[in-house]
Design a protein around this ligand. Sequence first.
Ligand code: BDR
Ligand code: CA
Length: 320
Amino acid sequence: MTKLILDLDTGIDDTLALMYALGSPEAQLLGITGTFGNVTVAQGVTNDLALLALFGREDVPVYAGIDHPSTAERYTPAPGSLRFHGTNGLGGAQVPAVPTQTVQAMSAVDVIIDAVETYGPDELTIVPTGALTTIDAVLARRPDLASRMRLVLMGGALTVPGNVSPFAEANIHKDPEAADRVFKSGADLTMIGLDVTMRARLPRADAERLFPADTAGGAFLAEMLGFYLDATAKTAPAGEAGCCLHDPLAVAVALDPTLVTTLELDLRVDCAEPGRGRTIGDPERLLAPSGRTHVALDVDADRFYERFCKRVSMVARSRC
Ligand code: BDR
Ligand code: CA
């Protein structure tokens, strides 16, 4: 059994990542921590609470993380985030459930510190799928915990172009300084970047099959996915092949690392223009590699996709 903490900016593919985790018998979801990106932290945790109510999993606690980049005082979602995720992060669809739990009083930073101290890397994996600001804050407070921290994060692009600039992927671009510190922290880190997530796609026909709109929950999921598929088809050249399953792939790899082939390469993040947000090999560590950074460059997309379909459709059908 792998214990998971999902650090989400919920978000449409974050919702699918949550469903993947809930549908995985080998996962124990300890909690959701909220970061910013697709939406603000406030909106993201509101979505998390409603989704957990919809899926009948209000036993999973939700904690708020740092709500602004390490170099700014506030965060407002960028037009690109609104285009792919809508103003509420769920493509404008309303979750047909009213949560009975509220956001926990304990901060995301404190809860992650406690969990890493308690469990360590053999038992616990943290899966960040938005800005890395909260993880950076954990490591700033407790740098000694890097040796006990296992991260499988969605973010970055090493061998392919970015999706918010020719160089940068969205999650890293939200707080490049924080990401750079996390990459250099010594934590055990697997990067699930655009190199592999662009190859993990959900075609429209399958989305319609997986999420039939014959219940209130199914109709919500179908509307949400329809928004994401439309946005992808409009803006990306390969959009017709379906929408990218960025965040679910990170959860899947956290539970089964054999889904990807990795390159061992220490990374840094470019914090200056024109490459701000770019993930690139760290020349300082080329001659003395840490062996702690694993960059996914190939994915068994069919095996992942089969698992994805089984797990999320099981959650959709049995829970909503
Ligand atoms: C990442 O950015 C967000 O839009 C998605 O949720 C995903 O985490 C893809 O670049
Ligand atoms: Ca995300």
